[in-house]
Design a binder for this molecule. Structure first.
Ligand code: SF4
Ligand code: SF4
Length: 285
């Protein structure tokens, strides 16, 4: 079972929820927490354990071979991402724009654009008792999160049993990285906060999940501040509110020290139990 934790914007408490929920679940059963916010992973600040594995991750990029090129220009026509430019006397490849689709390489009449591996980042696996933590991080200068997210999800599928619960800490926003991170999830938890910005971004996140035909529920972080707009919206649209994380200075102080908070904050632990009960009772086909 894959449960993605997402939000319309950053800073809503997604990492707080992901790390604490993972540790809470792992008190009783094997669980996998995956940080898919590969541009800026930070769940690892809260999960300390033994290093199990490190893997370099690569993506395939075409490399121009001048000797076999006939300067026909077809590669530029075949690239939908403007990652190959034909300049009459040479071909330029822009790896940061390349989506590794192989079109230019396979359609080159002389095989002058072989695909070669280029490092894009690193995956780390950590274990702390029943909690398996996977973090992928893009190298500095790499601009495409989607290939690394895809490879990280493949790693999860290959290394953990299907029935193990996987919590996917997804990138914020509603663009390609969050779609890649959530597209195979069985259920989405959308984290928001009761402010006008939270309401605005929650609507966008809900539209995205509806377009993917995903089942989802909402967790309200910093409950007690702002307005009731999110409550009203969820009631009107039949969207379940799974839990409410109280707005608390004490909770923020513990978080700022890089510690898991729920053990020191029973009201938060009660809310995690509500989410666990909801997830456990989900009927996943
Ligand atoms: S398609 Fe192949 S042969 Fe034609 S310009 Fe591009 S690299 Fe050269
Ligand atoms: S592999 Fe695809 S995206 Fe990359 S340069 Fe070739 S055609 Fe463009």
């Amino acid at each position: 079972m894959k449960i993605a934790i997402a939000s319309g914007k950053g800073g809503t408490g997604k990492t707080t929820l992901s790390t604490n929920l993972a540790a809470f679940f792992a008190e009783n059963e094997e669980l996998v927490l995956v940080d898919l916010d590969v541009e800026e992973p930070n769940s690892g600040l809260f999960i300390k354990g033994d290093a199990v594995k490190t893997e370099e991750k690569y993506k395939m990029i075409p490399q121009w071979n001048q000797d076999s090129c006939t300067l026909c220009g077809k590669c530029q026509q075949n690239c939908n991402f403007h990652a190959v430019i034909f300049l009459k006397t040479q071909v330029l490849v822009f790896p940061e724009l390349c989506h590794s689709c192989y079109a230019c390489s396979e359609l080159c009449p002389t095989g002058a654009l072989p695909m070669v591996a280029q490092r894009m980042g690193q995956l780390k696996q950590i274990k702390k008792e029943k909690l398996n933590f996977i973090e992928s991080r893009l190298d500095i200068g790499q601009e495409q999160a989607v290939p690394l997210i895809g490879q990280t999800l493949e790693y999860i599928d290959q290394n953990f049993p299907k029935e193990t619960i996987k919590l996917l800490d997804s990138p914020p926003g509603t663009s390609c990285p969050v779609i890649e991170a959530t597209k195979d999830a069985d259920f989405i938890i959308l984290v928001t906060e009761p402010t006008p910005f939270g309401m605005h971004d929650l609507r966008l996140a809900i539209e995205t999940m509806q377009s993917l035909n995903k089942e989802f529920g909402v967790v309200i972080n910093r409950d007690g501040i702002g307005t009731n707009d999110i409550d009203n919206y969820c009631t009107e649209n039949n969207i379940p509110i799974l839990a409410r994380i109280p707005n608390s200075k004490k909770l923020a102080e513990i978080y700022s020290k890089g510690e898991l908070t729920y053990k020191k904050f029973p009201a938060f632990e009660n809310e995690l139990q509500k989410i666990k009960t909801y997830i456990t009772n989900l009927k996943i086909s």
